[in-house]
Design a protein around this ligand. Structure first.
Ligand code: GUN
Length: 293
């Protein structure tokens, strides 16, 4: 049995990033405002700090106006909403993102819904969710991780997934549900699994396209995978491993890569798969917003 193709998310993202930079340069040359992305981070979550730093770096590399607002852990909801209000009306800003999770004393729903849909580059506003679930993706912002996953799936299987079974493990609003909408729009037959699903491995074995988005390190084993399947691993988990008697932290996905690579047809690695694609889709959404403005 030959090994699966490793889907190079980093290379795909670099290509897209170059296209976005070129489109940005063209926009600016035509006298338009350069795309502006505002990222709001609240508190000190170390993983969030890494993600936000990467987003800022990529935005700058694309030639965007990149603004970061760092708010204290104990900021009040009124202060957060006042900042979002300012950004909503700022003509230099085309995309607003509040990095999740936010501290427990803040109401996530109120905060995410306070971003105007036209600048909601995360695609979390009910208007964007509604457009996506009703199949009207053209005027909507599609959440970045699902959008990136779809590009990688299309790259392997084409745009029309008629006759293919897609199984998604995880029913989150950020990944599971929106990717189900996208796969359905592409004519796949979609199953969403979660913690209450009966005999998950058996359901997974039906998948021509398997998307793992649960946040449990290396949960999906080789014998859960249909031979030749396209496996998209959305998980980013930090685990402790021992290397030469020394304890080290390592990033792993929700899929046991070493096992899966022996069975799948194509698979995304962690790191270097979905992660870089997510960030570049944020840039794509921000560019789109600037072009519409
Ligand atoms: N935290 C983890 N993923 C995401 C995401 O896609 N958007 C935001 N805003 N926060 C996140």
């Amino acid at each position: 049995m030959t090994q699966a193709t490793t889907i190079d998310g980093k290379a795909m993202a670099a290509e897209l990033s170059a296209e976005i930079s070129a489109a940005t340069a063209k926009l600016v040359a035509n006298g338009k405002t350069k795309p502006g992305l505002a990222v709001v981070i609240i508190g000190e979550d170390p993983a969030s700090q890494v993600y936000v730093r990467n987003k800022k770096r990529t935005a700058e590399a694309c030639g965007f106006n990149s603004v970061q607002h760092t708010l204290a852990e104990n900021v009040t909801q009124e202060e957060v909403l006042a900042l979002i209000d300012d950004l909503n009306t700022d003509p230099a800003i085309h995309g607003i993102l509040v990095q999740l999770p936010i501290p427990a004393h803040l109401d996530e729903l109120t905060v995410t819904q306070s971003i105007v849909p036209e600048k909601d580059v995360d695609g979390f506003h009910f208007q964007n969710i509604g457009m996506l679930t009703s199949g009207n993706t053209d005027g909507a912002f599609v959440p970045c991780t699902p959008a990136g996953c779809m590009l990688m799936i299309e790259d392997q299987l084409g745009k029309d997934l008629s006759g293919l079974n897609a199984v998604i493990i995880g029913r989150s609003n950020i990944v599971g549900k929106p990717i189900a909408s996208l796969l359905l729009k592409a004519n796949a037959t979609v199953t969403i699994c979660h913690s209450r699903t009966k005999d998950l491995p058996q359901v997974a074995r039906n998948a021509d396209i398997l998307v793992a988005a649960v946040g449990r390190p290396q949960m999906v084993k080789g014998d859960w995978i249909k031979p030749g399947a396209v496996v998209i691993d959305v998980g980013i988990n930090r685990i402790e491993v021992e290397v030469d008697g020394e304890k080290k932290m390592r990033l792993v996905g929700d899929v046991d890569f070493a096992e899966a690579v022996e069975v799948a047809g194509a698979i995304t690695p962690v790191p270097g798969g979905v992660g870089p694609m997510t960030i570049v889709m944020l840039m794509s959404n921000t560019l789109q917003s600037a072009q519409r403005a």
